[in-house]
Write a protein that binds this ligand. Structure first.
Ligand code: FE2
Ligand code: FE2
Length: 256
């Protein structure tokens, strides 16, 4: 069984089928984080909130699959490769620092999800589409708050200097999707009927994510003292662009 290619489904179906996979993967990553938090013995409140995140993400996967079907998709399994179901970053670090990486990445992802789902809700037409997107949007606000509270709890435990030293060099990698240069000239446009299934104009989508990454997420790291002096969003964006150019000049050979 394989996951379909984008051209094999109409965009309103492909978007929600892929979202079903993304949400399922988010549940798996959150449950791994939850286990690490148990090992560290963080506060019971943190454990209970993280438990809710795992459960929410499973629900979001189901809701996304329902949205795929509301858009005309046939019921089908959502194959998810194992590499999407486990944290890959900083594999050799101790549990506590793997938690810091996971918490920071969660803070970025959940923050960016919020304006994106607000825009999906704005576009959504039919009531059964609206109510499912509204549910996901409501939950993502809780997830964003949890992620930043977890960053704060870890900062209190580890100290702001150690956190800053860990976080600053990783920012270009964590922001690699949201701060990379992107040409939007050849992006497809959607009909009103497609937008009513909760799609977003591709240019608007990109602008929302980029603005949130710069103005909300990066600013929150700075406010907390977690970014070294002189490292601005522009500096990180320039490093992201440099790495992207480097990767284009020296592509990794395909394997298997
Ligand atoms: Fe979600
Ligand atoms: Fe979430």
């Amino acid at each position: 069984m394989r996951f379909p290619e984008p051209h094999e489904l109409p965009p309103e179906q492909y978007t929600w089928l892929r979202q079903a996979r993304t949400e399922y993967a988010a549940a798996a990553l959150c449950s791994e984080l939850l286990h690490w938090l148990h090992l560290l013995g963080v506060s019971p409140d943190t454990l209970q909130r993280c438990t809710r995140l795992v459960s929410d993400e499973v629900s979001h996967s189901l809701l996304s699959h329902e949205l795929y079907q509301l858009a005309g998709g046939e019921p089908r399994a959502v194959p998810t490769p194992p590499q999407l179901l486990t944290h890959a970053d900083d594999p050799d670090a101790s549990t506590v620092w793997r938690c810091v990486t996971a918490a920071a990445e969660l803070a970025i992802e959940e923050s960016v999800a919020l304006p994106v789902f607000a825009a999906r809700l704005d576009n959504a037409g039919p009531e059964d589409v609206r109510e499912r997107i509204a549910q996901i949007h409501r939950d993502e606000a809780f997830h964003r708050a949890f992620a930043w509270d977890l960053v704060d709890e870890l900062t209190e435990a580890l100290g702001v200097d150690a956190m800053r030293a860990w976080i600053t060099p990783r920012l270009p990698f964590w922001f690699r999707i949201y701060l990379r240069p992107r040409s939007l000239d050849h992006e497809p446009t959607y009909t009103d009927q497609q937008l009513a299934y909760g799609l977003i104009d591709r240019r608007q989508h990109w602008q929302l994510m980029q603005a949130c990454a710069r103005d909300v997420v990066f600013a929150r790291f700075v406010q907390r003292g977690l970014v070294e002096d002189g490292v601005t969003a522009d500096v990180v964006a320039a490093e992201v662009a440099r790495r992207a150019q480097d990767a284009a000049a020296h592509p990794t050979p395909a394997t298997g």
